[in-house]
Design a protein around this ligand. Sequence first.
Ligand code: COI
Length: 358
Amino acid sequence: MTTIASSVPVKRTAKSHKHEVDFSNLEFGKYISDHMLVADYKDKQWGEAAIMPYGELSMSPAILALHYGQAVFEGMKAYKMADGNISVFRMHKHLERFNISLSRMCMPAITEALFVQGIHALIETDQDWVPSTDGSSLYIRPHMFASEARLGVKVSDQYKFVIMTSPVGPYFTKPIRVKVEETYVRAAEGGTGFAKCAGNYGGAFYPTQLAREQGFDQVLWTDARDHQYIDESGAMNVMFVLDGKLITPKLTTAILNGVTRDSILTLAREMGIPCEERKISIADLEEGFANGKLTEAFGAGTAAVVSSIATINIHGKDFQLPAVHDGSLQMQIKKKLYAIRVGLEPDVHQWNYVILMK
Ligand code: COI
């Protein structure tokens, strides 16, 4: 999809801090680009958005987001294309999910014009921040939070919508170790697990921290009721290659509907790989390790892209997966995704929102 230029007012920074960035070592989230977009919601409508130098916002400590958690975010990525233009991957799919999350948190929907033109204008403004090295991209973080200052427990009447960007490299630098979590819970059916709301992440910190202390990178969350079925991995969805099939947990209200998950399933099906979205039990994984049919496991997410899982710890015991090689399904899919994003393969699904560089 090729796009028109946008018309959001821009106040440029007098002092870029791009020279402080080590583009050869882009730790996820360490650097924020020079500009941000800000828009306010008041009296039941969105005001004009503006792009300004990235910096602090002045706010009351009584804003409702800080006390009762009305805060929702998205994560998407912009890539430098082979022809020099910039593509934003599946922007409209992210907008759709953002609005689903906002609705669950009783927050006002964002308009397509505000979201799309805002991102377009922000990327144009900070186009020099889009990295061009293999495996790197400009991470885009749109987010909204309740900005009304009031201590009463209520749905806020005022909100701030902010978009920031950050040049990033790989989220994980090597295959990861994950632990199947059977004590703590990320989300229960009927809760907010499918929404990208801040509380889901804050609530996951403690068990994830415990897992880190035990030498794991992430936890594999299981269902809240029985701790029997795999849900997701908090920062990403999870996929397995079992008996030659690509399988991933079927979506429930406790699992984030990942955009990368959807893209991978679409591509895998087109590549003729049998795919299943179904319940995956801990016992299925144990059996797959025992009979050698579980050959791959990986995380799928915007930040994580395709992140290889080397070890799964089940009931306190480590199980190793075979080493990943060029022919591994996850590598084939990762390469294909990248080729589409940078314009080296046809974008038949029109997933790229292309911003033409002048
Ligand atoms: C993403 O993949 O965009 C995420 O939000 C995961 C994590 C960085 C919070």
